[in-house]
Write a protein that binds this ligand. Structure first.
Ligand code: ZN
Length: 100
């Protein structure tokens, strides 16, 4: 498994940590971003199964998209933010995978 370590956006260094489990609002999630500590957490297992690389990659870019949207500071409902993060994250992931 490829382990991401860190990156910078807008001059802020984000560190990536891997966790056995991440729970948000009583639900297990694949990843989260915590702004005060500039940290992305990625989960290693979900319901007893190892999370595969494709899911980890998708989650990584999804969280990066959240950071970009947060930094842009658009004021729209959370559900719209989530949709934007999904699309933007997918586009960033595909770009990164096909970049030569
Ligand atoms: Zn999200």
């Amino acid at each position: 498994m490829k382990k991401y370590k860190e990156f910078e956006i807008d001059g802020v260094k984000y560190t990536i940590e891997y966790k056995k489990e991440i729970v948000v609002d009583d639900k297990g999630v694949y990843g989260t971003v915590t702004y005060p500590t500039s940290t992305i957490a990625l989960v290693e297992t979900m319901q007893g199964h190892k999370v595969n690389q494709d899911v980890t990659d998708w989650t990584m870019y999804h969280e990066i998209a959240h950071i970009m949207l947060n930094n842009i500071g658009i004021d729209i409902p959370e559900t719209s933010i989530e949709r934007l993060a999904e699309r933007l994250g997918s586009m960033l992931l595909q770009m990164n995978k096909t970049l030569k």
